[in-house]
Design a protein around this ligand. Sequence first.
Ligand code: SF4
Length: 220
Amino acid sequence: MKTASTSYNNIKNWYYRNISVRLVKALQKRGFSATYFANIDSLKRALLKKIPRSASIGIGGSVTIRELGIIEKFEKRGNKVIHHWKKGLTEETDREVRLQEARADYYLTSANAITLSGDIINIDGVGNRVAATIYGPKSVIIVAGFNKIVSSIDEGMKRSKHIAGVMNAKRVGAKTPCAQTGICVDCNAQQRICRVTTILQYRPWQTDITVLLVNKELGF
Ligand code: SF4
């Protein structure tokens, strides 16, 4: 017999599958490759299959990619994985690593928000992640959970600051009002982390960008 919670979960799955499938079509119309995955395991299997063992992989500043638990799997099977979320990097090394990430064969990251029409929105503090998403790596793979899907650019901009920005400020321990209160006040703080905004409206020419949507809440 179905319990109430099973049936609630079925409805949630149905809803997010429907909007994700709709978004896949919208992204394809904008020139991106896009695929929907029903769960994390099938997504991880596809990623491990898509990226050859010989390829180098740059990882952008992304909680989503870390939550997948796939970085270790790539490293274990011999991929050269480049990422700057390491303790003790000097300023010079950190800059060098970020540049290397953007020159990798594959660049894995997420987005702060994706509209149902296929606009991919990101806000960065340094700008290396958004720069690498636009130009540099041979291929870019954007992984996004259903929590990143929004109805409009306006909503996406709000999400990028009021949810992703606030949580990221807390994550890095920024001295910003939001990291204290949990609320974005569009601050003017010296350590403001929201400094560069990009909207990928169509796949830029000469790039190879794939968006993988998964029926799971992931990242900030
Ligand atoms: S308060 Fe400042 S740093 Fe925090 S999310 Fe808003 S703009 Fe970004």
